[in-house]
Design a protein around this ligand. Structure first.
Ligand code: FAD
Ligand code: FES
Length: 248
């Protein structure tokens, strides 16, 4: 992990309340998709964690949804503004051998799956869930990576009407491995829907204090004992979350 100042080079609205920010700076400590940054925002006591959507040797791309004071302030920042960020936090996704990998992202939870999709050696099925068509983002970006993109919207304005599990069912998708990030109810539904024999990885969220393992404010119980979402996660194997998933 490093703390450094990053320069905003892009900060644009790309969908309903969703922004894409690109920052320039040291990216050496970013080693896997699903890791996150923790951003200091003037006027907010705690830093705000945001997943790394993608990165290269000079820039980090973040996608964020405006939900409160911190993200509202972020959305108003102009290019060339300097951001104080902790970078390279958490354990991200591990790419596993599989024939038909499925990536399932709900809402802004789709963000870290892009960096993952770009690094997958094989073709993937990407299932995107949103409340409505205006909230969809990065559909073309995933398609440009060669992914088969399946969409569900709560109101049926695009793709299958309903939840991601409805879209998976309607499109008869059977996967042998999955990676997911999104709201807890979505991940709970997926956990119930997908056969127990299919392994996978869940990226979890919680309110965070420090973001690097010091305050124990983000602890959860796993089959391997108590773990910190920020330090041991945010990505956990399905097997390790047997108890947690049942509680979701
Ligand atoms: C590991 C991790 C990765 C994340 N990645 C992203 C990302 O890529 N893009 C993105 O937009 N957001 C992401 N988030 C969520 C993001 O951190 C929060 O939305 C943000 O901190 C809200 O700050 P705020 O000041 O705008 O809202 P606040 O004023 O702090 O809160 C506004 C509302 O949002 C709710 N809220 C805030 N944080 C969370 C949270 N973590 N989980 C559930 N509800 C919350 C609050 O309860 C409140 O109702 C991530 C969170 C974690 C823990
Ligand atoms: S947020 Fe402090 S230990 Fe996770």
């Amino acid at each position: 992990m490093i703390q450094d100042h990053y320069i905003i080079i892009q900060n644009d609205k790309i969908a309903n309340n969703i922004y894409k920010m690109v920052v320039e700076g040291d990216t050496k400590v970013v080693i896997s998709p699903g890791q996150f940054v923790n951003i200091r925002i003037e006027g907010c006591f705690l830093r705000r964690p945001i997943s790394i959507c993608d990165w290269n040797d000079k820039t980090i791309t973040l996608l964020y949804k405006v939900v409160g004071k911190g993200t509202e302030i972020l959305s108003e920042m102009k290019p060339l503004t300097k951001l104080d960020m902790l970078v390279g936090l958490g354990n991200g996704f591990s790419i596993k051998d599989s024939k038909v990998p499925m990536l399932i992202g709900g809402g802004i939870g789709l963000a870290p799956l892009f960096g993952l999709c770009r690094r997958m050696p094989q073709k993937t099925v990407v299932v995107i869930g949103a409340d409505t068509q205006r909230s969809l983002f990065f559909v073309d970006e995933f398609k440009s990576l060669g992914a088969d993109v399946i969409i569900s919207t709560d109101d049926g304005s695009e793709g299958t009407k309903g939840f991601v599990t409805d879209a998976i069912k309607t499109n008869n998708i059977e996967c042998d491995y999955f990676y997911t990030c999104g709201p807890m109810p979505m991940m709970n539904a997926l956990n119930t829907y997908l056969p127990e024999t299919v392994p996978g990885q869940f990226s979890l969220e919680s309110r965070m204090g420090c973001g690097f393992g010091a305050c124990v404010g983000c602890s959860i119980e796993t089959t391997n004992g108590v773990k910190r979402i920020c330090k041991d996660g945010p990505v956990f194997y399905r097997n390790d979350l047997r108890n947690e998933c049942h509680k979701m």
